[in-house]
Design a protein around this ligand. Structure first.
Ligand code: BYC
Length: 470
């Protein structure tokens, strides 16, 4: 078990101190990161003591320490899962060969692009969530937001380490660029579209952590299979932290549904206008938020038919999540039927891997939906929340720009435009949700649109003062 060295300026379990050049390069980047955090991270909470978990080991049993920390003092570090002796490439044309400890020359630019794309999402999400602290529905939620933010910061460190340690000068330049692009910036936006979407309310945060962080889970799992061993080890540890982010999404939406059902019972009606008048989120509005963030996140898997995905898999750079669950790991002789607007197409399996991932992602997304629908059913209501069709509102792939309704049916452009605000939040829906976003910070108290969580953090009571504001 490699332990983490906290005595160093940058906590790490990769012996940075043993490589002076790397250490100097990372210590040079560190103040740039801190400046970015100050300018683009959570606004106005720099002096608050936040009950945060910090990674202290990569041991599955006890990897985190919990305690009050000011966010700018968080010990962002570089932690890789332990090296597995004799690890072999598990898929693609080089299956069975030893994994790579260095980047093979021919894959250098592609691997760099993949790592940069992954790295870009981490600070982007912190930027998107920058102002949410001002409208937190409870102190418990405020703490969870900040926990996610510091860990996304650490995930940026994880990618920056790989860039610095394995990609020389190009990698160092890319690390600087990761701090120069900003979410929603007109000139230098973040790379992937979802990470440029504004996020001005907590309903969006819960949907984002449910759907978009789950894309993170799938992408990280596919990198955990990578033949580039340092990338695999980095992503394996990141997944440990990622689980909490999706927990925040799933339980956040559950708590919204629970509160809405309570209000519906109280008023004896499911009329959305009356539910709203009581200060809760009507289920129809929740459905629109689910449609928006789910469809946006579906684009993050790339095109249904992709030569990039084929090359990444064949070379060993990027596998499928949980690669061992499949029988065929080479995929040179199989194909997949895909539905495109032109009809059904048979595509070599290697070129359809983005879609394979998207399909398993959607199955995973269904789990929360089932839970929420059980709650609704038990409360005696007929409405069911659904996931939109993977053709709906796509900007990437063969369905990009094709007018399709939420069930996947092709419709006219006019019809699409006419009905769009019935499917995704309209300006007035957003204004309503915004009107609910009133800050609640008395320990244990919740905003009126959300039920309390079932339990607090790390066995502490829900009413614990998770954020001490000075
Ligand atoms: N927006 O062959 P294609 C996370 C580009 S989330 C804009 O279809 P490919 C997190 C694509 O880059 C996980 N552009 O797809 C969550 C390509 O451009 P180039 C993030 C897009 O390459 C919450 C072109 O379209 N990790 O961690 O097979 C909080 C054609 O590409 C988009 C990763 O994404 C889009 N949505 O796959 C915090 C993993 N989609 O190269 C964190 C790294 C595609 O032709 N990235 N394009 O100029 C990848 O593995 C791949 O780049 C993608 C695309 C899966 C994104």
């Amino acid at each position: 078990m490699s332990s983490i060295n906290y005595a160093e300026k940058i906590p790490n379990n990769v012996d940075i101190g043993g490589d002076r050049t790397l250490q100097r390069a990372l210590e040079h980047w560190q103040p740039h990161f801190l400046q970015w955090w100050q300018e683009m991270g959570p606004s106005d909470f720099a002096t608050a003591d936040v009950y945060l978990r910090t990674a202290i080991s990569v041991d599955a049993q006890g990897w985190a320490h919990y305690g009050a920390t000011k966010m700018p003092d968080y010990r962002w570090g570089i932690f890789l899962a332990d090296r597995q002796a004799e690890r072999k490439i598990g898929f693609g044309d080089a299956m069975g060969q030893p994994v790579w400890q260095q980047v093979p020359g021919e894959y250098r630019s592609t691997l760099r692009r993949l790592i940069v794309t992954q790295g870009d999402t981490e600070p982007a999400s912190v930027e998107q969530q920058r102002l949410l602290g001002h409208t937190c529905p409870s102190m418990y939620d405020l703490r969870n937001l900040f926990q996610i933010n510091v860990e996304e910061g650490r995930h940026l460190w994880a990618m920056v380490y790989l860039l610095h340690a394995y990609f020389g000068r190009d990698g160092r330049e890319e690390a600087e660029e990761l701090l120069a692009r900003h979410s929603g910036d007109a000139d230098k936006p973040r790379i992937l579209t979802t990470f440029n979407e504004p996020m001005s309310d907590w309903l969006s945060l819960f949907c984002f952590t449910y759907f978009t962080d789950r894309d993170g889970k799938y992408q990280l799992k596919s990198f955990a299979e990578s033949a580039f061993d340092p990338l695999s080890r980095t992503c394996r540890f990141m997944l440990t932290e990622e689980a909490h982010h999706m927990f925040v999404g799933e339980t956040g939406i559950s708590r919204v549904v629970k509160r809405t059902l309570e209000v519906m019972k109280e008023i004896g009606s499911d009329d959305p206008a009356r539910v709203r008048a009581k200060g809760a989120v009507d289920l129809q509005t929740l459905q629109k938020y689910l449609n928006f963030w789910c469809s946006s996140s579906l684009d993050l898997f790339g095109s249904e038919i992709s030569s990039n995905s084929a090359a990444n898999f064949a070379s060993g750079m990027k596998g499928r999540p949980d690669e061992t669950q499949y029988e065929d790991h080479v995929l040179r002789s199989s194909s997949k039927k895909l539905h495109t607007p032109e009809g059904e197409q048979e595509v070599p399996m290697l070129n359809a891997l983005n879609e394979v991932m998207r399909e398993s992602y959607l199955k995973d997304c269904e789990i929360g939906l089932k839970r929420w629908n059980r709650m609704i059913e038990r409360a005696g209501h007929a409405l069911r929340l659904t996931l939109p069709s993977s053709r709906f509102r796509r900007s990437i792939g063969p369905w990009a720009g094709v007018p399709v309704d939420t069930t996947g049916k092709m419709i006219s452009k006019e019809e699409f435009e006419k009905h769009l605000t019935e499917w995704i939040p309209s300006a007035s829906d957003k204004a309503f949700v915004q009107s609910l976003m009133q800050r609640v910070i008395e320990p244990g108290r919740m905003a009126g649109w959300i039920a309390p969580p079932e339990r607090g953090i790390n066995n502490l009571p829900v009413e614990y003062e998770y954020v001490h504001l000075h």
